[in-house]
Design a protein around this ligand. Structure first.
Ligand SMILES: C[S@@+](CC[C@H](N)C(=O)[O-])C[C@H]1O[C@@H](n2cnc3c(N)ncnc32)[C@H](O)[C@@H]1O
Length: 395
């Protein structure tokens, strides 16, 4: 197997590693370093109906498995700290359940994470459309964009394949595809709403949201990431045009208390936009943004600030993938970022002030897959309902 050289701080969203052409992809990656890629994500809107019976069968199993793992999660902190406890052993077992060892043609060990609910088994729904095309290397165009594809079922996303941690937003993460699926399957929930996306990265969730919502603010930090996001929104104009929706890319840093209104920043906010955001927003979404405890704390502080300034109650949808690591500190397989996220969620729910009340629920992943990706067991979707205290008391 060809060696893949990454730096020690390289992180890799493995969304693209399950393509049938993984080997060629790795060879290309090695040959060209880390250029910008273009991937096509095919939406299986009709196919999902065609496969609904199969989906329902898989879903039944999936729901059962989710219920079991949720019961375990209630005690996540305790169970991970004691490797000898039965719950810890079960947990480790369940984390390994989806892992299957295979040998490739050279006899090397390949570890495949098994999707727990996926249409990927169906050969007709193969991942050809997700095969990335190298667009540029160091600014030099290697391949021209294809002619604009008239199909409304394909989303094209410019992204990189592996990055240092500070550039994770340039990759596409599985949590974004889960959230995208939820939006596609529940478009009525978002129809004509104003939506704020936090940590939008490449913009894929906001682009999908534009199929239903009217106004979407896709936010993140870093000029080059926001440029990439803006290019992706332009690449997928055919999504926004039929719905007459508008996606606006803006800078929003969870570590800052205020909206950036600096006229020198191309992605700063106008006073009108800030007022519209506060007056009209009813939905906030964020995909896979909980991987660093300080950032998670900053995210939840920002969420409290923004939701308490909104005129209307708001539904917040957060996707997360539990990433399990063996740590020497715990001498066990743990997911510290996930545990921190869960405790931040609990803290939010405990808030009892004169402004806000939050309720939290785990969304069952009982909606079909409209995008081809591995819906692994580690993916979760959470819904927070943010209500004004005064509105509750008058109900
Ligand atoms: C793992 S990526 C997820 C990107 C995208 N949501 C997805 O799922 O494909 C995490 C995102 O959080 C953003 N982020 C990190 N720190 C941030 C901050 N202080 N303020 C706003 N966004 C931040 C990153 O730039 C990145 O886009």
């Amino acid at each position: 197997m060809d060696d893949v050289m990454f730096q020690s701080d390289t992180v890799l969203s493995d969304v693209h590693l399950h393509t049938p052409r993984k080997r060629q992809l790795m060879i290309r990656l090695n040959a060209v370093g880390q250029p910008v890629f273009l991937s096509q994500f095919k939406l299986l809107l009709n196919e999902s109906n065609r496969n609904s019976e199969k989906g329902k069968r898989n879903l039944k199993e999936k729901t059962l498995r989710c219920q079991n793992s949720n019961a375990e999660e209630e005690n996540v902190q305790e169970s991970t700290s004691d490797p000898s406890s039965p719950s810890s052993t079960e947990k480790e077992g369940s984390s390994l359940k989806g892992i299957e060892a295979l040998l490739d043609e050279d006899g090397d060990l390949e570890v495949v994470r098994k999707p727990c609910f996926s249409y990927a088994e169906d050969e007709n729904l193969s991942r050809d459309k997700v095969c990335p095309i190298i667009l540029t290397k160091g600014g030099v165009v290697l391949e021209e964009h294809e002619q604009e594809d008239s199909s409304c079922d394909i989303i094209k996303i410019e992204h990189t394949m592996a990055t240092p941690l500070e550039d994770v937003g340039k990759q596409v993460w599985r949590g974004a595809l889960l959230l995208g699926d939820f939006i596609l399957c529940n478009q009525d929930l978002f129809k004509d709403h104003t939506v704020l996306e936090l940590g939008g990265g490449t913009g894929i969730v906001s682009i999908i949201m534009a199929k239903a919502a009217k106004t979407i603010y896709c936010t993140d930090i870093g000029g080059d990431l926001l440029d990439m996001c803006e290019r992706n929104i332009a690449l997928n104009k055919r999504f926004t045009e039929p719905a007459e929706s508008k996606v606006t890319v803006r800078v929003l840093d969870w570590l800052q208390n205020d909206f950036c209104t600096d006229p020198d920043n191309a992605y700063s906010w106008s006073e009108k936009e800030i007022a519209e955001l506060h007056n009209l927003t009813t939905v906030i979404v964020a995909a896979d943004v909980f991987y660093d405890d300080d950032l998670t704390d900053a995210f939840f502080k920002m969420l409290y600030r923004i939701t308490s300034d909104l005129k209307h109650p708001c539904s917040v949808y957060l996707s997360i993938e539990k990433r399990l690591n063996f740590t020497l500190r715990h001498m066990d397989v743990v997911c510290e970022a996930y545990s921190h996220f869960r405790s931040a969620l609990n803290d939010l729910q405990k808030i009892r002030d004169d402004k806000m009340r939050y309720t939290i629920e785990l969304v069952q992943l009982s909606f079909p897959q409209c995008i081809v990706y591995e819906r692994v067991e580690q993916l979760e979707l959470w819904k927070i309902t943010a209500d004004k205290t005064s509105e509750r008391s008058t109900q």
